[in-house]
Design a binder for this molecule. Structure first.
Ligand code: SF4
Ligand code: SF4
Length: 212
């Protein structure tokens, strides 16, 4: 049955079956999950939580999705926070990763998870679907046979489009910051998150993410 018909019938696609069956979820610890305004708005709205309660920001060289808080030139990228841990050798798990009593790891967000998680480990490179081999997955070596190519390409392109929109949103924020007058209030992460919520249509339509 074609991927589109499987989705229409409410059936799971190949990658989703593999994802649900994976008890390790290594990728949910080793990766930093970068988010967009729509991810933030969808999660915050559906879970009734403030964005800064599940987000972290990291210093980064300038890049299209990096925001500023002042005119110093320091850029930051927005990502899901990690769980507090005393371990220093192994990477900290995603804040939404949960573990069952029989030690299966599960994503606490399910279908609300960010686009970066839904598409992982796929990306579009020069118009072609590419499955990253050095992906942070310790459980399998991904191949095109593991995914429904049509559905996977669709969702990878959807993520690219969302990311492009997010870069435009960030660019407008950065212009706002640079237009600040001396003596105006300083901006912080809460202000940036509030701006994202105010601009994202996902805040008004919280569950309209494309399903995998
Ligand atoms: S949101 Fe879910 S799928 Fe994404 S990294 Fe966190 S636990 Fe894993
Ligand atoms: S990418 Fe790998 S580690 Fe992550 S859920 Fe899938 S099989 Fe598990």
């Amino acid at each position: 049955m074609p991927a589109s018909e499987r989705q229409h019938a409410g059936l799971l696609l190949s990658k989703e079956v593999l994802w649900l069956a994976c008890k390790e979820k290594t990728c949910c610890s080793v990766r930093v999950v970068f988010v967009t305004d729509r991810d933030v708005a969808r999660i915050a709205s559906a879970m009734h939580v403030e964005p800064w309660s599940f987000l972290a920001y990291y210093e980064t060289p300038p890049r299209p999705d990096a925001f500023i808080l002042d005119a110093s030139g320091q850029h930051y990228c927005l990502a899901l926070a990690k769980q507090p841990t005393r371990r220093t050798v192994t990477p900290a798990p995603c804040i939404f990763l949960v573990q069952t009593r029989d030690r299966y790891r599960r994503c606490g967000l399910g279908d609300l998870r960010p686009a970066a998680c839904k598409t992982f480990p796929s990306e579009i490179v020069e118009g072609v679907l590419h499955l990253a081999l050095q992906s942070g997955c310790s459980c399998r070596t991904w191949s095109h046979g593991d995914v429904d190519i049509e559905a996977e390409s669709t969702i990878a392109r959807w993520r690219e489009a969302e990311l492009s929109d997010y870069c435009s949103v960030v660019a407008r924020w950065n212009d706002l910051v640079l237009a600040r007058q001396a003596g105006d209030d300083e901006f912080d992460l809460d202000d940036f998150c509030a701006y994202l919520l105010s601009t994202s249509d996902a805040a008004r339509h919280p569950i309209q993410a494309v399903s995998l």
